[in-house]
Design a protein around this ligand. Structure first.
Ligand code: CTP
Length: 401
């Protein structure tokens, strides 16, 4: 797959990672893209427009008020005459401007004016990345539809400091651009997928319910990643506070039984990825009225009944999807329990993770998983939930080939 004929506007902002952007330009062009570079003033403190222009074989745009640049293209046309706006590196400062709609230089004005997909590769000191303000901006930008690649973790250029904040490697940025521009390879085009996500709420009475800590982030990210690879995705989501992912049909349910019905009614499908943290039990007969406490009486015991196991139902269904993927949230014996689930539930893959208190996985942004299949166990590094989703979607596409 390549980027032949794709026009990429590459915005370089001012961080030490800008040196990697020179390599990025080469990698993008190797794959057939044309690269039109724009640089912020700060970027020019790190690398020169001469080097950037030479590698891109194009004029380098730097100035919002340059008469020459404005006559030549103009920032509005610059923002639109491309298939993708790529910001690499994206500094904390430029991300803040984007999140707030500031437009006081060429880069920020282009980013505000563009109607093209925007992909950013953040790069900054780990403290700047985890700062509350930056994380607020990340959230805003994601909600605005901006795509992210990285940052990754590792040693900082400053030395003696490590953590999340390194710009993604140029080849990973190229892969993200390819995934986003989506053509060429949409290996799941023509395939249908059902994904479950989030918790379920099992009512006790009209005001109370049994729930769990699942946020839906991992399941939603997987639904979006499968859709990016071309699959026609239905997401069956329990009650969550995150938005429906783009490019996916989302069905909202509350209870496990509703989730099972929604899933089964959408069979046959090629792929099922059951990520939801389905409550194992529901209240046997939930009360139609609010249960009142009675003075002097012991609290009413809750009679529980077992919920349907949706993964198991799908894994043994006569219209079983070609590929059935389950999750195993464990607090101990992750591998052993994961393997047992693989056979018991009739899954092809189990994505197992350790959700012990303190791992921060349940409800958090990151995940560390093991992929268990009949062939063995593959251990993935600590990744963002989006990256886990991306990898899993590619693995699914690979298995369906
Ligand atoms: N799952 C499901 N329906 C259920 C329970 C679980 O579809 N009623 C799916 C989950 O979406 C996940 C997998 O089964 O993909 C594993 O769920 P988990 O709760 O970890 O497994 P259990 O079968 O409940 O096993 P245990 O309680 O022993 O951990």
């Amino acid at each position: 797959m390549d980027l032949s004929g794709k026009r990429i506007l590459l915005i370089i902002s001012g961080g030490i990672a800008a040196y990697k952007s020179l390599d990025l330009i080469r990698r993008l062009r190797e794959r057939g893209a044309t690269v039109r570079p724009a640089m912020t003033a700060a970027a020019q403190e790190f690398i020169t427009p001469l080097a950037v222009g030479a590698l891109a074989s194009d004029h380098v745009y730097t100035d919002l008020f340059s008469r020459e640049d404005e006559q030549d293209v103009g920032h509005i046309r610059l923002a639109r005459d491309c298939d993708l706006v790529l910001v690499a590196p994206a500094t904390a400062d430029l991300m803040a401007k984007m999140a707030h709609g500031l437009a006081d230089d060429l880069a920020s004005a282009v980013l505000l004016a563009t109607d093209r997909p925007v992909l950013i590769a953040p790069a900054m000191n780990p403290k700047m990345w985890t700062a509350a303000a930056t994380q607020r901006n990340v959230k805003t930008l994601k909600a605005d539809g901006v795509h992210f690649v990285g940052p990754t973790s590792g040693e900082m250029a400053e030395g003696n400091e490590a953590g999340l904040g390194r710009m993604a490697e140029p080849l990973d940025i190229v892969a993200a651009a390819i995934a986003l521009l989506g053509e060429g390879e949409r290996p799941l085009a023509g395939r249908t997928a059902i994904v479950t996500s989030g918790p379920t709420h099992e009512p006790i009475d009209p005001v109370r319910y049994i729930a769990n800590r699942s946020s839906g982030r991992q399941g939603h990210a997987i639904a979006a990643a499968l859709a990016r690879l071309g699959a026609d995705v239905t997401l069956v989501s329990g009650p969550v506070t995150i938005p429906d992912p783009a490019g996916v049909t989302t069905v909202h349910v509350e209870r496990a039984e509703e989730m099972r019905d929604a899933v089964v009614s959408r069979l046959p499908a090629d792929i099922a990825v059951m990520v939801a943290a389905v409550a194992d039990w529901r209240v046997a007969s939930s009360s139609g009225q609010k249960i009142k406490k009675q003075a002097g009486e012991a609290p009413a015991p809750l009679q529980l009944a077992e919920n349907p196991d949706i993964l198991k139902t799908v894994g043994h269904h006569e219209e079983r999807p070609k590929l059935v993927v389950g999750f195993a949230a464990e607090t101990q014996d992750v591998e052993k329990n994961g393997r047992a689930k693989l056979t018991r539930k009739g899954a092809d893959l189990i994505v197992a993770n350790d959700v012990s208190p303190g791992t921060g996985i349940m409800g958090g942004d990151r995940n560390r998983v093991k992929i268990i299949s009949a062939a063995g166990i593959e251990e993935w590094p600590d990744l963002s939930k989006d990256e886990v989703a991306e990898r899993l979607a590619r693995l699914i596409a690979e298995r369906l080939k």
